[in-house]
Design a protein around this ligand. Sequence first.
Ligand code: NAP
Ligand code: F7E
Length: 348
Amino acid sequence: MAKRALITGIAGQDGGHLAKLLHEKGYEVYGVIRGQLESSHPRYQQTQNEMPYVKLVLADLLDLAALTRAMQEIKPDEVYNLAAISHVGYSFKDPIMTADVTGKGVLNVLEAIRLAGLEKTTKFYQASTSEMFGGLDYNRPEKGYTEESSFHPRSPYGVAKLYGFWITKNYRENYGMFAVSGILFNHEGERRGPEFVTRKISQAVARIKLGKQDRLELGNMDAKRDWGYAGDYVEGMWRIMQQDKPDDYVLATGETHSIREFCELAFKETGVDIEWQGTGVKETGVDKKTGKVLISINPDFFRPSEVDLLLGDPTRAEKELGWERQVDFPGLVKLMVEHDLKEEASKA
Ligand code: NAP
Ligand code: F7E
């Protein structure tokens, strides 16, 4: 009999990649989608058209009754909890909802599994994050954060995720559940939401190339991130769930790059060389050939506190899971810009 997987956050970036992977591996895939959606609703239809092999289940992460019903009916072998308010900047604006969904929502899913009497048979994956480390100098190992590093979250999102991480570990220890976290560093791609910086850049580069946009406005360009490809990371999630012993793993590339570097490579894909001029909020990215300003700073995108540098050390995942990223940093930028050039060109 085919294994059954239930994915929360099915309509998000990782949900789509993971659903495809599990379907290809022969799983029966169920996906939790929120809201009062009916099969005639455009958003429901869009998700269903994109993933015809997924059986959509209506539930909200705040709704324990709906989650419990879903567990009782589906009896999944594996639950992947990907749903969250996942935008770090937004979490400063709505910290209460972030705590409820991104933090307590994890507990709801774990309790739903227990209330359905499935804690001994259903495996649980929690989408934990490098944002829990915080990026400050004092706890940052030279070769990158590992599974042993200490946490110092710097946003309401990071704090909520830390609750999710610990409650997952707690259920593993309390009830002997196979409940694990993947501590994933940033992963991007053609399914990334446009509110995240990499997709904002790749879409802007495509639109500027096609004459649909003049300029790209960004916040802190000094920040550095360990960026991988989402398609590679969902393979890691699955491998974490196939281990004999439940444990937490870091998935990362072991490289870190600045927002500036991402911009330079992305514009280069369309034949534009960027030259940086000025400093601070007056800094601009200029087309070397034409002198036109293509990038400028908008302080509205600054955050009350910033994670300056994230770098992960994937050694343990590489050794124990045999996991390795396939797409490198230039490959990721290229893939995103090429995708957005096609997508923008196809729009009216
Ligand atoms: P994403 O694109 O923002 O997707 C999150 C999904 O959660 C969305 O589909 C959203 O639904 C759903 N959601 C939000 N609130 C919900 C609620 N109350 N009930 C049910 N569903 C709800 O995030 P992602 O990039 O795929 O990331 C997947 C998970 O990994 C998230 O938990 C994220 O925090 C975590 N993570 C991501 C990264 C990364 O670099 N991408 C790194 C580490 C950890 P709607 O579609 O209806 O809005
Ligand atoms: O920001 C800077 C911003 O929003 C990256 C989520 O998936 O990864 C993601 O969180 C950096 C930050 O991602 C803009 O200040 C500059 O330093 O793309 P982001 P994130 O905050 O790293 C982690 C691992 C997760 O777990 C999260 O769920 O880019 N930045 N200018 C900007 N960021 C945005 N969004 N927009 C700008 O205009």
